[in-house]
Design a protein around this ligand. Structure first.
Ligand code: DGJ
Length: 738
């Protein structure tokens, strides 16, 4: 048995009496709260994040101080490098005199009500010795149960301070076990869900790719405490970094049993020099909590995203035909006019002209030339873009166009004219990726060029209402001829900040234009960029089977309204897989429905089916998928071979349910599932829509209470691979149900 050492005991008692928190700072939303304990000119501890605690009393319980081994058992809100903090610090500075440590203490806080839904709390910290100020900002979105955290750093030291690392947030957790869900991937295989139980040490999720940074891992996670992630139970936390460049999320389980999660821009090769009087701002970390599993967490994030995290998240998005897989680079005016005509007759609402429409001296007939020369190719399209856009409008459609303004082919006028605009590492070879180079956005001339390009592309016709913004390479051999020699490491941070400036300028001028965030599909899927866009292209993989996984994972934290999801041809161009048209439609309807094929290939029954499916989506499915609440019924990752989810209207009057069979499970097995999110007392009618040749809902039409549907559930006949079912669930008015 260990001996209690009296001196240590008396010292600890004295300390705990002395160390009464000066103030408990409670940052709350409708249902959850974060609580910090601030000591006068002392530390600010992160005490709690979870369900809202009733009442005003929130006594602070001092930790088990172990002054010899550790700073304090209770973690700080924003740990800096120094003292006895041995874990990954949120902030690491080299002060102007070369001192490597920082010791932040409480310097006050403010609370401002921004409007009826947003409350901002800013906790100010300052170094005990150096004139360094850190403001930790928490923006609490009441209704959506989301808190966005960010940090601003400034100083008035005699000369520059080097910021070695600066995170957006540090969140400590204490539980028996920690289960991390994160999203791994590669091109055409993005957002693959992985879950693991964290053990002692570090788990790091990061990107060093600079541009198209989310193609390998997404800067987001879900953390489940005390057990694997469940849909409707368990304490779960989500984080999504709003940043479109290099990022790093560190999960560190220490010897106290505590997990610290440090999230922010990646400090790798990114020292930032901060001059006195200047400030540095981190991106926001978007955080949410649910005491009832992943389902509620997703609905929080979706509600937040539609209102604050994207553009035009409250209006229905059109069904579109994108020309890429139907025409690639090989088209002329007739090809496009024919595509528009056929799409219009099928009920498609927008035509988007993808890559290949520009470049004259270096025509864009493949991915090896023309990028950067944003003038219409007169050989392919002699009457210009306006002719196509006007034609689309005359057919009752809208018109959109593709650009990739951050990039340039070596084989282009732009590359010859402005070699100094290209990202390069001194005298080293400038490496190509997809035959292209990256423009140096840190250079104001490049920023102006991109804004001008956007204006000029739109200026080709008053009838362009949508732009697909692509970005098809990473950053390698980093370097800028614009940035001074001692600021080369600023490139990563500056690129993203200047990209956001460009987006701001474009959005200020073109608030109504729809903009798709593409980046090779899924390459820039983050809330930093999505804020300026109406939707994202989730993956270049349009194979419906793969899309079930990609969309499932994507929609854990990003909303279906923003998830571009297209029906493509069979065999699929990426996988060669043969999949029936109904299944392809049923999967694509789970997002913002579109088409990605040559519409003239749809003839006879396939054409009729497509027209019907598009009408069903527009009439009933679209408002529910795009603006309703998502409830997942069966995960494609469950291993059962089925996947199912539903979207319920906010007032619970209607819902649509999707179910997919992904593999053969034997003759006797069948799929049944309980519905979710309905009003138990209301009576609903359930019927199949978008039927194929064989009905998949054996009951035909069923009428029962929400309670029955949520307890007893429904049986479907989807037992062959690529069979699927879509159900319409509509509340019967009281008078009709009696
Ligand atoms: C990558 C995108 O993800 C595709 O949809 C298409 O736009 C091509 N680029 C065009 O080059």
């Amino acid at each position: 048995m260990k001996q209690i050492r009296p001196i240590a005991f008396i010292a600890a008692l004295f300390l705990s009496l002395l160390c009464q928190a000066q103030e408990m700072i409670r940052i709350s939303t409708s249902d959850h709260e974060m609580v910090m304990a601030a000591y006068n000119a002392g530390p600010v501890h992160f005490v709690y994040w979870g369900e809202k605690v009733q009442g005003d009393a929130f006594p602070f319980q001092p930790g088990k101080n172990q002054p010899d081994t550790q700073d304090d058992i209770t973690p700080r809100i924003y740990p800096s490098y120094g003292g006895r903090h041995y874990l990954t610090p949120a902030l690491r500075l080299t002060h102007s005199d070369g001192v490597l440590t920082t010791d932040l203490v409480y310097a006050g806080h403010t609370v401002s009500v921004l409007d009826e839904n947003r409350k901002e709390t800013v906790i100010s910290l300052k170094d005990r010795i150096y004139p360094v100020t850190v403001s930790v900002r928490f923006l609490a979105y009441q209704k959506e149960n989301v808190i966005a955290q960010s940090v601003t750093l400034s100083h008035s030291e005699p000369s520059q301070v080097v910021v070695e690392s600066i995170a957006s947030s540090f969140i400590p957790f204490h539980a028996d076990s920690y289960w991390l869900t994160h999203f791994n991937g590669t091109w055409a295989h993005e957002m693959q869900l992985e879950e693991e139980r964290l053990t002692h040490g570090q788990k790091v999720i990061e990107s060093k790719k600079g541009v198209r940074a989310t193609q390998s891992e997404n800067p987001s996670f879900i953390l489940s405490l005390d057990g694997p992630l469940a849909e409707d139970s368990g304490e779960v936390y989500a984080g999504a970094l709003a940043w479109s460049g290099n990022y790093r999320l560190v999960f560190e389980l220490d010897e106290t049993g505590r997990l610290g999660v440090t999230s922010g821009i990646n400090p790798f090769a990114s020292e930032l020099i901060l001059e006195p009087g200047k400030y540095l701002e981190t991106p926001q970390m978007i955080l949410s909590y649910s005491p009832a599993g992943a389902g509620q967490l997703s609905r929080n994030m979706h509600d937040w995203a539609r209102r604050y995290g994207m553009t035009h998240g409250d209006v229905l998005h059109p069904v579109l035909l994108n020309s890429w897989e139907g025409a690639y680079f090989t088209f002329d005016e007739k090809t496009i006019i024919d595509m528009i005509d056929k799409a219009a007759s099928a009920g498609v609402e927008m035509f988007v002209l993808d890559d290949g429409w520009f470049g004259n001296r270096h025509p864009r007939n493949g991915d090896n030339a023309g990028l950067g020369d944003w003038q219409v190719n007169r050989k392919k399209l002699p009457r210009g873009i306006d002719h196509l856009a006007d034609h689309a409008v005359s057919k009752g459609m809208r018109f959109g166009i593709w650009i990739e303004p951050e990039m340039v082919n070596p084989d282009s006028d732009l590359a010859h004219k402005h070699p100094e605009w290209i990202v390069r590492s001194g005298e080293r070879e400038v490496l190509t990726m997809r035959n292209q180079w990256l423009l140096d956005l840190t250079n104001p001339e490049v920023q102006d060029f991109i804004v001008k390009t956007f204006d000029e592309v739109l200026g080709q016709s008053d009838n362009i209402s949508y732009v697909k913004w692509d970005a098809n390479r990473h950053v390698d051999n980093v370097g800028s001829t614009y940035l001074p020699a001692d600021r080369q490491s600023h490139f990563w941070y500056e690129y993203v900040r200047r990209l956001y400036d460009v987006y701001e300028r474009i959005r200020a001028k073109h608030p109504d234009i729809m903009i798709q965030l593409c980046s090779s599909g899924g390459g820039r899927l983050d809330y930093g960029a999505l804020k300026y866009h109406d939707e994202f292209w989730a993956s270049d993989n349009t194979n419906a089977l793969d899309r079930i996984y990609i969309q499932h994972s994507t929609n854990l934290l990003f909303p279906a309204i923003a998830t571009g999801s297209h029906v493509s041809t069979s065999p699929n161009h990426q996988t060669d897989m043969l999949i029936p048209l109904k299944f392809r439609f049923d999967v694509a309807m789970g997002g913002r429905l579109g088409m990605e094929l040559q519409p003239s290939s749809l003839v006879g029954e396939e054409y009729e089916f497509s027209c019907k499916a598009i009408a069903v989506y527009k009439d009933f499915v679209r408002p529910l998928v795009q603006l309703g609440d998502l409830y997942r019924l069966e995960s494609p990752y469950s291993g059962t071979g089925w996947s199912s989810h539903m979207h319920v209207a906010k007032d619970k009057s209607e819902a649509v349910m999707f179910a997919y069979c992904m593999k053969y499970n034997g003759r006797t097995t069948f799929f049944s599932t309980r519905l979710k999110g309905l009003d138990p007392e209301s009576v609903y009618k359930v019927e199949e829509i978008n039927e194929g040749n064989v009905p998949s809902f054996p009951a035909g039409t069923l009428t029962s209470t929400g309670d029955y549907l949520m307890k007893v559930g429904l049986q479907l006949r989807i037992d062959k691979p690529f069979s699927s079912c879509v159900l319409k669930i509509s509340k019967i008015p009281c008078s009709d149900s009696q």
